[in-house]
Each structure stands twice: as C-alpha cells, then as structure tokens.
Design a protein around this ligand. Structure first.
Ligand SMILES: [Cu+2]
Length: 72
C-alpha cells in the first residue's frame, strides 16, 4: 500500500436523516480504496478519505447511482 491519500468533501443536498447517512456510509465503504466516510445530515455533506483504486469520479458516480447526487 502507501498510495496517495485524498480527502474530498462533497455537497450532497439529499441527505436528510440518519438513514441517509447510514446508506451513504455503507455504500461508499464498499468501494475499494475508500478508507473513511463522514456523512452529515446537518451540513448535507460527505467527507471521504480515499486512495487508489478509488477516484473522486467513481465516488461521485456511486453517490449519483444511489440517488444522492453531488451538487456542483
Ligand atoms: Cu434520510
């Protein structure tokens, strides 16, 4: 291991409750390379710490797929 670790915070307006937080956390952690997920219903954001093979594009695609698209 020892790849470059990135931390990116995504704005996700659809996060409304603990269920959303749980779903997002569970799904993102299944993506290879994702190390840590901090989702918040208060700030409607998701902070993800990841390394290869995960990419920011793959994380955004997964969020869109589970109906939590990232706001641009
Ligand atoms: Cu919810």
């Amino acid at each position: 291991m020892g790849g470059i670790m990135s931390t990116v915070t995504y704005s996700v307006p659809n996060i409304n409750c603990g269920h959303c937080v749980h779903t997002i956390t569970t799904e993102l952690k299944e993506l290879a390379g994702v190390q840590e997920v901090k989702a918040s219903a208060e700030t409607k954001s998701v902070e993800v710490r990841f390394e290869a093979p995960a990419t920011s594009a793959a994380i955004e695609a997964l969020l869109a797929e589970i109906h939590y698209p990232v706001a641009k």
